[in-house]
Design a protein around this ligand. Structure first.
Ligand code: RIB
Ligand code: CA
Length: 312
């Protein structure tokens, strides 16, 4: 079976970490590289965290690159209040041993898309879209070569998590998001409308712990830490596992349902900056530019996640 080649662009973040582990545990996917971006925590930490996660998966061979250290046109906003000071708070973690690649993450994205056959590389942004937008701007020739952009970000019915109007990844770099959504590349969106239905309930976290593996223990302790914010804010039964939804879609797309609609990004208003204006009811007349997911088979998602993580 041909493995699907992907680049994971990420700001670990406990949920990013679980997404990376899921990708590395799945034979359907070939992770060409991991590019870190400033988001949940500064890029010096997100690149470090990405290397820690690859080593936890037993994959120090995965090339990890540092990408952009701030949004295209705004100061960086981080989320230590959710993810802790390190970005991976929860369990004690070893320092990474594997080296960071010397190339910049944006150059890796451009070079990979230029050398691989057109339509054979999928980009999986799990954080702000700064690296992707910078690559598209610097090398417009790579856009038609992208197989698909499958990203975690945005919200419609669920509205915002960092402001009343905006989801964090899009809020941090709305200009980057506008570039990506207007690029013409095929885009699939995993918004809060979906990820807030993928909650790490007590039973699901205990299933991670019951694996009896280092990975299972780490994931359980990450979710124990990470869920505080959402449980307090939403009174929910656990944390939304946002980023693994992107990887699960690549493995079992039938777990998700959505609509091909127009999505525009608010960049002008300070009140609603970063809002994904998703034309779910198709009233705008604007051309569809994204497959915007609206629902998830949460039981199926966690069954897949637990089965795959147990392989590591
Ligand atoms: O809003 C949730 C998103 O912001 C997730 O990707 C989380 O890791 C943070 O990056
Ligand atoms: Ca993330």
């Amino acid at each position: 079976m041909a493995r699907r080649a992907i680049i994971i662009d990420t700001d670990p973040g406990q949920d990013d970490a679980v997404a990376i582990l899921l990708a590395l545990a799945s034979d359907e996917l070939e992770v060409l590289g991991v590019t870190a971006v400033a988001g949940n925590v500064p890029v010096a930490l997100t690149e470090r965290n990405a290397r820690i996660v690859c080593e936890l998966a037993g994959r120090p061979d995965i090339p990890v690159f540092a990408g952009c250290d701030r949004p295209i046109a705004r100061p960086l906003v981080t989320a230590e209040h959710v993810h802790g000071k390190t970005g991976l708070d929860g369990p004690a973690l070893p320092d990474p041993v594997m080296a960071l690649q010397t190339a910049h993450g944006v150059d890796f994205i451009i070079d990979t898309l230029r050398t691989r056959a057109p339509g054979t590389v999928t980009l999986c942004p799990l954080g702000p879209l700064t690296n992707i937008a910078t690559a598209f701007t610097r090398a417009p020739d790579i856009v038609p070569r992208v197989q698909e952009v499958v990203l975690m970000g945005g919200a419609y019915f669920e509205v915002g998590n960092i402001t009343p109007a905006a989801e964090f990844n899009i809020f941090v770099d709305p200009e980057a998001a506008q570039i990506v959504f207007r690029s013409g590349a095929p885009i699939t969106v995993m918004p809060l409308d979906v990820t807030h239905k993928a909650l790490t309930t007590h039973a699901r976290v205990e299933a991670f712990r019951a694996m009896g593996t280092e990975v299972g223990r780490m994931v359980a302790e990450w979710t124990d830490f990470f869920e505080r914010f959402d449980k307090e804010k939403y009174g929910s039964q656990g944390a939304p596992l946002h980023d693994p939804c992107v990887i699960a879609y690549l493995i079992r797309p039938e777990l998700f349902t959505g609509r091909h609609i127009n999505v525009e990004i608010e960049v002008a208003s300070e009140l609603t900056r970063g809002m994904t204006v998703a034309d779910w009811w198709r009233v705008s007349g604007r051309a569809p530019n994204a497959m915007f997911m609206g629902d998830i088979d949460a039981e199926g998602f966690f069954a897949l996640l637990t089965e795959r993580l147990a392989r590591l």
